[in-house]
Design a protein around this ligand. Sequence first.
Ligand SMILES: [Zn+2]
Length: 260
Amino acid sequence: MRERLSRTDAIIIRRGVLGEADRLLTILTPAGKRRVVARGARKLTSRIAGHIELFSHVHLLLAEGRSLDIVTQSSIIDGFARLRGDLASIGGAYYIAELVDRLSEIDVDDPALFRVVLDALGALDQGAAVGPTLRWYELHALERLGYRPELHHCVRCGALLDERACRLDPAAGGMCCPSCAAHAAGGLTLSLACFKLLRYLQLQPIDQALTPRITAATGSEAERAMHLILQQLLSRDLASRAFLAEASRGPAGQPVSDTR
Ligand SMILES: [Zn+2]
């Protein structure tokens, strides 16, 4: 029987071990998330091993296997080598990969989601500030996955929001108008600067989104707001958050400025 082969672009979003020498890879492709096997990838002599690093953008040739497809060839399109030289950017890239792995389903075709992940990794590789890049990524990935945070109309009554809106209602998935905010238990009061930042990031492509200079306080507030929204969707916290928090601290324990 002839081997059935297919080719795909992919981002490696998770790597696990399988058996003695193989790797089980979770990849994001324009046609969705998939699990594939890289045989012998843990052997020192493996030709594939160097081409399947975590969060690399690769081109794969896959052979149809009995349950999972097998990687038969791999070449690197972009290994994002520059971001790997900076601990905070590495933390950001782990977070990008882990979040899309946790929230996406197997085989759900979504070339735009693939693009969002690629854009975020590319921005980190270009030296973009980690905080705003991740906030842009969270907003755009959630939109592609069907969980778009509502920042323009009241999430409770649908009224158009203006600058008086300051209450985030994470359980409802967005911001409330001032009259609904009076009835929203829990939630988080956002500064106008944070509210504007999130609205701006949600509407802009990445190349426009990373230019505004924001204060470290607004950056932390935006992180907290997005974390509350994500907690509604994730049954447990992402492991990469702890790494990211650690990596974002400077050598003397000082938080690294978001305007790097
Ligand atoms: Zn309302």
